[in-house]
Design a protein around this ligand. Structure first.
Ligand SMILES: Cc1ncc(COP(=O)(O)O)c(C=O)c1O
Length: 450
């Protein structure tokens, strides 16, 4: 039974929206001004997804704190949807960026930093050979091209409700009959995604086996756990079987660690002993500076070597003039040398455990049929039992209730990721930040109960 009084929810949400408007006059004014020249009034359309009537304009972000143009300070559990998982404006990043900017940002020539970064990525993720891109979207796009080129197969396989960036082939969902459909919001698709992509439910090994048996799938592109439709963890043994099935069918395995780096310094790949053929990662590895990387096994790299050295490589569909630029390389070196290390996770993961225990305590005390899930320093609550796959997760989404928690928190100095109910902890958070969230979560729940 739904424990939430829906009428009360609607009323309370309205009150919170009014409160938000009253207390954010400067953001309101900037938002109105922004409508003139920015499509949807923001530089990136999804910035409209925040729960207030308009997005908060920020003036400063440091560590795990964001200050907005109206002078409100927030504890930031959104951390730029993982892009700022190192903490905002860390001196090791700002000083490195300033120094490298003063020496030149982009030249079409390599700098020494990229050598260090390649070695560090091997140490963390196990794959020896690396290339850089500017976004995780691009890293995934390039990895898919490589997989199709090397296998000569036309299709890729993803899990239902995955997100790997704005990559055409991945913007799919599974229809009721198991067929590949266009994700509802996928606009202007070049081709019917059923031609490019097979889709199965996460944790469904039988369907995976059947899909790979067709022999036309170049690669599986997967997050180790789904993180973009809430956290959906793999069943025990799922990854072993995924690796076995991909190997047996000559299908390459691409693991996207962009979000699951929250599991530790080498992501879930190191934490769970995964053995991908290709690994992609973006967002936090530049400490907030746009950059991404993809790594390959020695065998795949050897098969690509000749082509990558050929004249046509600049028009291969893989690349980017600014990819691997000196500023990005310096930022990655600084970020990987000073953050996302064992000692940082030794702070962030216990904080996420504290966050999870706080939320679980509130749920248990009130006897709610809700749960909380955690992966490393990322945690998330669900208004149901933990889903086992994307379809169950999507069915459990409750946009109104989510908006309530987001806005209630926002109005009281806590930023949650605007999508689902996710919080990310970093080594700049302190226990009091976590306890503030628990307190607000309890108060927000108590406002709604029947
Ligand atoms: C797992 C994963 N891969 C790739 C991306 C794409 O990252 P970007 O938008 O920085 O290209 C995202 C973005 O949320 C992601 O969650």
């Amino acid at each position: 039974m739904d424990p939430v009084d829906r009428e009360r929810l609607e009323r309370a949400l309205g009150e919170e929206r009014e409160r938000f408007v009253k207390t954010h006059p400067r953001s309101a004014a900037l938002s109105a001004e922004a409508q003139k020249n920015l499509l949807t009034g923001v530089p990136m359309a999804w910035m409209t997804r925040w729960a207030g009537r308009f997005p908060v304009f920020f003036s400063r972000a440091e560590g795990a704190r964001v200050t907005d143009v109206d002078g409100h300070e927030y504890v930031d559990f959104a951390l730029g949807d993982t892009g700022a998982m190192t903490g905002h404006a860390q001196p090791f990043i700002t000083e490195t960026v300033a120094l490298q900017a003063s020496r030149g940002i982009t030249t079409m020539l390599p700098t020494e930093d990229s050598i260090w970064v390649g070695a560090e990525l091997e140490r963390r993720f196990g794959l020896p050979l690396w290339q850089f891109a500017l976004t995780a979207t691009d890293a995934n796009r390039f990895a898919l091209r490589i997989a199709r080129y090397l296998t000569g197969r036309p299709k890729i396989l993803v899990f239902d409700w995955c997100y790997h960036g704005s990559v055409d082939e991945t913007l799919v969902t599974m229809g009721r009959g198991g067929e590949t459909g266009r994700r509802g919001s996928n606009i202007g698709a070049q081709v019917d995604p059923a031609l490019t992509t097979a889709v199965v439910q996460f944790n469904d090994l039988e369907a995976l086996e059947a899909a790979l048996a067709s022999g036309d799938v170049a690669c599986v592109l997967a997050e180790p756990a789904l993180t973009n439709i809430g956290i959906v963890l793999p069943d025990l043994g799922f990854h072993e079987q995924l690796r076995r099935l991909t190997k047996e069918t000559g299908t390459l395995l691409i693991i996207d660690e962009t979000h699951t780096i929250c599991a530790g310094p080498g992501g879930a790949t190191a934490a769970w002993g995964l053995e991908p053929d290709i690994l992609t990662i973006g967002k936090p590895i530049g400490g907030g500076v746009p950059t991404a990387a993809y790594g390959l096994s020695t065998d795949l790299a050897a098969r690509l070597d000749e082509f990558f050295r050929s004249e046509g490589v600049d028009v291969s569909g893989i690349g980017g003039t600014l990819a691997g630029n000196a500023l990005a390389a310096a930022a990655m070196r600084a970020a990987l040398q000073n953050a996302l290390r064992d000692e940082d996770f030794a702070v962030a993961i216990p904080l996420a455990e504290r966050w999870t225990a706080g939320v679980a305590g509130v749920i248990a005390e009130r006897g709610l049929p809700w749960t909380v899930q955690r992966l490393g320093c990322r945690a998330e609550y669900w208004f149901c039992n933990p889903p086992r796959n994307g379809r169950e997760a999507a069915a459990a989404m409750d946009p109104e209730l989510e908006a309530w928690f987001h806005l209630y928190m926002l109005n009281r100095g806590v930023l949650m990721t605007p999508f689902h109910n996710m919080a990310l902890m970093c080594s700049s958070h302190v226990p009091a930040d976590i306890d503030l969230h628990t307190e607000l979560f309890a108060a927000a729940v108590d406002e709604l109960l029947m």
